[in-house]
Design a protein around this ligand. Structure first.
Ligand SMILES: Nc1ncnc2c1ncn2[C@@H]1O[C@H](COP(=O)(O)OP(=O)(O)OP(=O)(O)O)[C@@H](O)[C@H]1O
Ligand SMILES: [Mg+2]
Length: 280
């Protein structure tokens, strides 16, 4: 590369970073503590968690089992109210669920078994009044095609593999074109090969549409692969340990992934044994 070319590449990268920095936050989570009442006892699931997400971020919540990742996601979804702190989407406090935040879960049974793939994807579009009739059908088909399931659009969930069911759930969430897609370990129940394939497909979908996603995982490797930003949470109760932005800047150097995994591991489990699940 010539000197001039390398300078212009650097400028483009700097410019992109400056544009990113100047963007308003889409989602603001500030000082969020969530407690559950367990009979007469209070269980603190997360403690004073802060983070903010910008448009088109692939923001990952990473931490060990029980650190409150699902709790935080449910609070962002509006299914739980924080005991302390506030969650704002586009500046408005989140108080209830809404079509601007769609969730994708780990479980394969999140689809309606008596509805076809197409009807499952159309369901929230129609139910929320966002679209009707032909327009809803076309929008649903557009996203079913994006996840490569057009050939099974008329099939029922029980005839699909686990990976296919998760693709339907992703298409259903994306078809609503929400402000933010909330994904709670969506690939954790898949075999290693399918899991890797689904991660690649999600990144491809992101490259196509640049949607904003808040993605929960307890897999360090998955967090590194999916996230442009990773929030590390401590074991129960979940508190922010660190936030890693653009966690893979030295991707061109051999062994970067292993080194980054080790670094995250030591930050997360400074005093604990490593319990990372093996996967692809
Ligand atoms: N409905 C509930 N009632 C009481 N305690 C709860 C409830 N849901 C979760 N908890 C507790 O809150 C803490 C955080 O749970 P949460 O499910 O958010 O963790 P997580 O990080 O998603 O874990 P995992 O990786 O296993 O899914 C845990 O101690 C859990 O036992
Ligand atoms: Mg969970």
């Amino acid at each position: 590369m010539t000197k001039t070319a390398s300078i212009s590449v650097l400028n483009a990268a700097d410019q992109a970073a400056a544009v990113y920095q100047s963007q308003e936050a889409l989602l603001d989570v500030s000082g969020v503590t969530v407690q559950y009442s367990n009979g007469r006892q209070l269980v603190t699931a997360t403690y004073r968690v802060d983070f903010s997400i910008k448009s088109s971020d692939r923001f990952v919540l990473l931490g060990p089992s029980g650190c409150g990742k699902s709790t935080l996601l449910k609070a962002v979804g509006g299914y739980l109210q924080p005991t302390e702190g506030e969650i704002r989407l586009r500046g408005k406090t989140v108080t209830r669920p809404g079509p601007d935040r769609m969730m994708v879960f780990q479980e394969f049974d999140q689809l309606l078994p008596w509805k076809s793939v197409l009807d499952n994807v159309m369901f929230p579009l129609v139910e929320t009044g966002k679209l009707a009739g032909r327009a809803a059908r076309d929008k649903a088909m557009q996203y079913i095609e994006k996840v490569n399931l057009a050939r099974v659009a008329d099939s029922y969930p029980h005839t699909l593999s686990g990976g296919m069911k998760q693709r339907v759930a992703i298409a259903r969430g994306m078809a609503m074109e929400p402000d933010i897609l909330l994904m709670d370990e969506p690939f954790a129940a898949l075999d290693a090969l399918t899991r890797r394939q689904m991660q690649d497909e999600l990144l491809q979908l992101w490259a196509d549409t640049r949607f904003t996603v808040l993605f929960v995982t307890h897999s360090i490797a998955e967090a590194i692969k999916i996230g442009n930003r990773i929030l590390l949470l401590s074991p129960h109760p979940g508190e922010v340990v660190a936030e890693l932005n653009s966690p893979s800047p030295d991707m061109h150097e051999p062994g970067w992934q292993t080194r980054l995994e080790q670094k995250i591991n030591s930050m997360l489990f400074a005093n604990e044994e490593i319990t990372e699940k093996a996967h692809g």
